[in-house]
Design a protein around this ligand. Structure first.
Ligand code: 8NA
Ligand code: MG
Ligand code: MG
Ligand code: MG
Length: 344
């Protein structure tokens, strides 16, 4: 059981890394400009015989995921100041990893104000409404793993760690939804076919409780529960839910509301074959499909990859993809240490 868990922890964090690295070259492209044939050969080549190429670099998604994993490992609990300091240090060490446009202001304020009030810089974003970007959700995987034994503690850490940069309720709840999706995937048996209806039902139950606690009013069309119901209907359509329709209904943007449900859809859609994607590997299918939707491709592929990796375990991720991704040894090590921590 510990071995299976270790495989799932590694699958989750490496899945997030691989989605980020191989989604990044397409970030910001519109769905119409991405050729499905070209994407097929891109992934075929990556998985094929070795060829000379520089490593595919990870972006902000992985840089921040790494900070969260390291902070949890070092402190064996959530330590807000330590986590914020790691974000800042990492950002200034390499600010060119494609961070969101506005989150950089938070890091600069942390730095200038010597982190006196930890929560204030994030609260000040967007004239006080806080960011609803997917930057909270994109980095959340280590928290699902760290808290996989205790759901309530896990959600608590998700909320507080997200609030370091994102205080808008949609930003926080998007991070919670992504964390719950991983949490459930870790607990599912990959040897049995995934009960998709049951998985969505669980997500809806859990996010409904989260959303009923909202202490700030957001328009009802912006509800994660609503998005999950759309996922269910789209899955029933199979290949008739063409990529354009999926993007129209679920989105592919940098906001959490229009990317986290999309990532969950990619994971679930990839349980079956998908038109124009030729592979027997459900992990590759997940991230190739995520990239094919365009928009925030690195982040959506990373979030979908984290869920798929947590479900299937590390062995589903092609060795070449692991080797061609920058930092895979480091991320692998973090996953193993997180697993040792929660199993001891
Ligand atoms: P963020 O907090 O700067 O949010 C990202 C963007 O979301 C902002 O720049 C705004 O455009 C928009 N936004 C968020 N909250 C509000 C609000 N309250 N009112 C109006 N607009 C708002 O950074 P983040 O960490 O959430 O960003 C994460 C994303 O940025 C990831 O995708 C990451 O990879 C990166 N990124 C994405 C792209 C892209 O898809 N084109 C390009 C570069 C970087
Ligand atoms: Mg990125
Ligand atoms: Mg962020
Ligand atoms: Mg992105």
């Amino acid at each position: 059981i510990v071995k299976m868990l270790k495989n799932k922890f590694r699958g989750c964090l490496i899945g997030a890394l691989v989605g980020d690295c191989f989604g990044a070259p397409y970030e910001g492209e519109s769905i119409s400009s991405i050729s499905r044939i070209q994407l097929q050969s891109y992934f075929d080549k990556l998985e094929g015989p070795p060829f000379l190429t520089p490593l595919y670099q990870y972006t902000d998604d992985t840089a921040m995921t790494k900070c969260i994993a390291e902070s949890l490992i070092q402190n064996n609990k959530f330590n807000a100041r330590d986590m914020a300091e790691r974000f800042v240090k990492e950002f200034f060490r390499n600010p060119n990893r494609g961070y969101g446009e506005n989150v950089c202001d938070v890091f600069h304020k942390f730095n200038n104000q010597n982190l006196e009030n930890l929560w204030k810089p994030a609260q000040e974003q967007f004239n006080g409404s806080g960011s609803y970007g997917n930057g909270g959700a994109m980095r959340i995987a280590p928290i699902s793993l760290f808290g996989f034994r205790d759901y309530d503690i896990m959600l608590d850490i998700v909320e507080n760690s997200t609030k370091l940069t994102h205080t808008h309720p949609l930003g926080i709840n998007g991070a919670k939804l992504q964390a719950i999706a991983i949490f459930l995937a870790v607990r599912s048996d990959p040897e049995k076919p995934l009960d998709i209806a049951e998985y969505i039902k669980e997500l809806i139950n859990k996010i409904s409780i989260v959303e009923s606690r909202l202490n700030r009013v957001v328009p009802s069309e912006y509800s994660y529960k609503n998005q999950l119901l759309k996922i269910h209907r789209l899955l029933e359509l199979g290949d008739k839910a063409v990529p354009h329709l999926v993007v129209e209904k679920l989105g592919n943007s940098v906001s959490a509301m229009f990317s986290v449900p999309t990532a969950i859809y990619c994971f679930l859609r990839a349980q079956q074959s998908i038109a124009d994607i030729e592979t027997n590997n459900p992990f590759r299918r997940t991230i190739q499909y995520a990239v094919s939707l365009g928009g925030d491709t690195d982040t959506i592929a990373s979030m979908a990859g984290a869920i798929a990796g947590a479900y299937y375990g590390i062995d589903v991720i092609h060795k070449n993809l692991q080797q061609l991704a920058e930092g895979s040894d480091m991320i692998n090590e973090l996953a193993i240490r997180l697993c040792d921590q929660v199993t001891h």
